[in-house]
Design a protein around this ligand. Sequence first.
Ligand SMILES: O=P(O)(O)OC[C@H]1O[C@@H](O)[C@@H](O)[C@@H](O)[C@@H]1O
Length: 576
Amino acid sequence: MRKANYGKFPSTKLTGMLVQGWDSIISMLKEKMDARKVLAVDLYTGVYEEEVLDAFSKEFSGRVMNVRDLMKPEKEIQTLTERFMTEDVLFGYVTNLKLEDYLDADKVAVARKQISEAKETIVIIGTGAAVVAPQDAMVVYADMARWEIQQRFRRHEVKALGIDNRNDAVSLQYKRGYFNDWRVCDRYKEGLFDRVEFWIDTHVAGTPKMIDKDTFFKGVEATVNTPFRVVPFFDPAPWGGQWMKEVCDLDRERENFGWCFDCVPEENSLYFEVNGVRFELPSVDLVLLKSKELLGEPVEARFGKDFPIRFDFLDTMGGGNLSLQVHPTTQFIRDSFGMYYTQDESYYMVDAGEDAVVYLGVKTGVDKEAMIGDLRKAQKGELVFDAEKYVNKIPTKKHDHFLIPGGTVHCSGANSMVLEISSTPNLFTFKLWDWQRLGLDGKPRPINVERGKCVINWNRDTEYVNEHLRNQFKEVASGEGWIEERTGLHPNEFIETRRHRFSSPVLHHTNDSVNVLNLLEGEEAVVESPTHAFEPFVVHYAETFIIPAGVKEYTIAPYGKSAGKECVTIKAYVRF
Ligand SMILES: O=P(O)(O)OC[C@H]1O[C@@H](O)[C@@H](O)[C@@H](O)[C@@H]1O
């Protein structure tokens, strides 16, 4: 059996300033404040606020202000955010609120007066601390990746921005984060990058680490000028499988793993390994700070500071079918949820069992009303939906690639290992039928037949699927020891995908777009700069890696155990 070599802890290595533990952090801050009187400890939502408040209260007893106490009453904040939260259990509407909208002007005025009259150091802690503090205050920031926040939601541990919603269902906490709080916090953080003098990592409770501004920016520069990987995260699913346990060397005791997110920069982390110590930060910081260099100018012009390409794994080996589902069209996602681009997808089969299938598109001539009628009845438990009567069930094998533009009914079946190469949104799944199965919480998962009905494209039928959505491979270039094929995506989708089979080095160009790749065959490959602009970067089987647009030229060659053997990569970039 092959030994797993998948790297779970990729990092950017650098030297710089790093201290660990609250005592060392606080004594360093005291020293660096010099004569300044105010310390603002700003927090991303999801940080364990009590831990930070306790740590600073020990040293600055009676002189710590909590920003939560300066916010509007919870009821008012509920009203303020109501139209973005909506009544739906899963979906809200993208907020346009700013952090300042949360603060109570009178309370802030009183606090500022207290601060200006204080004789001793005052410490302001919480999201918005830097707004309350005077301009000459020392600002430090405790950041938090969305993936870790989601873990804390599941344990009902952290409050939302301005309200205590810890007892809410996890999906509601997530909804508030996704549609409101994270957007408010990202916008606010963007304005603080220049002001923050120290960054604190509190991703692991009780073991805080702090780096200074120079080290932070050194890490950011180092990462954006070289191939890099974000920190992958793995999650169980009702349909989850067993493949990743072996290939990615995961906890064998867990029942299954369904998901691996290994390129969703808005949710993943980055590791800076500073003097050998791992410092964690949200990878979205890189997107916010270096959008042009990372995404490429034309991509940034279209998507702003949004990283538009998502790679993730869906493992159903020994598991079940995903829900039969459909994703919204652009107009629908815009009108209903305020998202400006939609969840277009594709499934690349990294591996497939003998009986693997993909459900894709409706059968030609299908009776729409009958299908929707049956889905409605199935939702009420009145019948078992006969998917094969209405939807194409396509046998699949390793290295097939299916294109799934919004509006196409689809799902991967059991015993498949899918690499999803998709646009970034990933929440907007309208489940039509969930095979009489319960979610991980033991409850039926929300079904959205009525929304699905509005977006299903009935022209995506058997012929259409065969002609346009299934294995659209076309050789586009070749050379000594390599072949390049175009594999998609569909013209409605903005992502282009290219597969390379190679036993010798292949020269790639980023062509002004971020490139995202995965090593689909081969134990190891090395990414190098023809001009030695970055250090050789070794990738392993099944790892996803990102090449910033600014890198421009790079080569990929079989390496180590794979030297001289054929390797396969798939590459995605924005088409324009
Ligand atoms: O929604 P379930 O059944 O968990 O399916 C898993 C996932 O399938 C993929 O194709 C994506 O569309 C995801 O957004 C979706 O959530």
